[in-house]
Design a protein around this ligand. Structure first.
Ligand code: UT7
Length: 329
């Protein structure tokens, strides 16, 4: 029997219109454009004032459907990777399907923080490879401004809002999602988390007063784990698939910090020209960074390009996905 692979056959992103620059932030927290730029590479980020995560996701999915000339009823499954869902339940996937009239689709949200999109790609691909579904959409999206403490300069300068969607379809050609290596280590949960609002610490006056509904990060510790593990898993997936640095056309790294991206590219032996970078424009959009990179760079991608996506995030979660690009724009 012919082997069916899952190919990415389209991508679309969405970021809110409102731009918040480093200088804008410096007006109300003790920071500077110089500090943020040199420590992270970020110059500005987008913020959604009105609406929820589903509005960003729906805009990206709508754009994708239009681009591909698809009817909402054509979609079988919608996976939404996010840590900032509209509600604890129902899922943001349910909300997006309703907003866009995707009445034949079912779906669910997936929590893997900054690794959400690669977890989603690996998961969505299974439904296509088994022959079960023909059209699966995977979204990586976050409205980080909803959980940021704008009094905490160590976190509020890093994150932004945005996301993107890809369509997965079956193919018998030598393209598509070739391999993935995914990891998780829950022992790292204490270093990057939103402490309250779940079943351990439900919302109360105390949790609000203690600012426990915001992102907390021990930046230095997360940095150490991120820089080592993202580089290691990216090199590992190359080795496993007999790819040299010449064979790899693009690295699509999670956009958390330019220094982590550089270290990963160095470990893989890749020059800067092969690395997708848009952190300066959007900051860290958590699950949104990777599809936003694919969206920004789509026109430069060619059929057959070997692409490595890699990420590290809260959980801890991390991993890499090897994709052979399936189309010319
Ligand atoms: O996406 C999910 C995974 N997350 C990551 O991968 C993030 C990993 N971590 C990082 O990217 C970095 O640790 C940060 C960008 C978060 C912080 O950079 P850093 O170089 O590790 O700085 P630091 O936390 O060690 O802080 C250095 C100094 C401190 O001051 P003292 O103690 O040296 O006087 C901070 O208080 O910088 C200070 N600082 C700031 N100064 C100006 C922290 N945040 C700011 C700020 N503006 N926004």
């Amino acid at each position: 029997m012919e082997k069916i692979a899952a190919a990415i056959t389209g991508v679309c992103g969405y970021v809110p219109d409102e731009i918040v620059t480093n200088d804008d932030l410096a007006k109300f927290v003790d920071t500077s454009d110089e500090w943020i730029t040199t420590r992270t590479g970020i110059k500005e980020r987008r913020i959604l004032r009105e609406g929820g995560c589903s509005d960003i996701a729906a805009a990206a999915v709508k754009g994708l459907l239009e681009k591909k000339g698809l009817d909402p009823m054509d979609i079988d499954l919608l996976i939404v990777a996010t840590v900032t869902p509209d509600y604890p339940f129902p899922s943001t996937s349910n909300v997006v399907c309703d907003k866009l009239g995707m009445k034949n689709a079912w779906g669910y949200d997936l929590i893997a923080a900054c690794s959400g999109f690669i977890y989603g790609l690996a998961t969505g691909a299974q439904f296509v490879e088994t022959g079960r579904y023909k059209k699966v959409i995977v979204v990586g999206v976050d409205k980080m401004s909803a959980i940021l403490d704008y009094q905490d300069r160590s976190t509020c300068v890093i994150f932004g809002d945005g996301g993107g969607a890809v369509l997965l379809e079956p193919t018998s050609e030598d393209v598509g999602i070739k391999d993935f290596i995914l990891h998780a280590d829950g022992a790292g949960r204490q270093y990057l988390l939103q402490p309250a609002g779940g079943s351990v610490s439900p919302a109360s006056i105390e949790t609000v007063e203690k600012r426990m509904h915001y992102v907390k990060q021990e930046g230095k510790t997360v940095f150490k784990f991120a820089v080592t593990n993202m580089a290691e898993v990216s090199a590992q997936i190359m080795e496993k698939n007999n790819l040299t640095s010449d064979d790899v056309d693009w690295l699509v790294p999670h956009q958390a910090n330019l220094r982590i991206i550089d270290a990963t590219a160095d470990r893989m032996g890749l020059p800067k020209e092969k690395v997708m970078i848009n952190i300066q424009k959007y900051g860290n959009t958590t699950a949104g960074t990777l599809p936003l990179c694919l969206w920004d760079y789509e026109k430069q991608l060619k059929k057959g390009d070997n692409i490595i996506l890699s990420a590290f995030g809260g959980g801890f979660t991390w991993g890499a996905v090897y994709v052979k690009w399936a189309y010319n724009s």
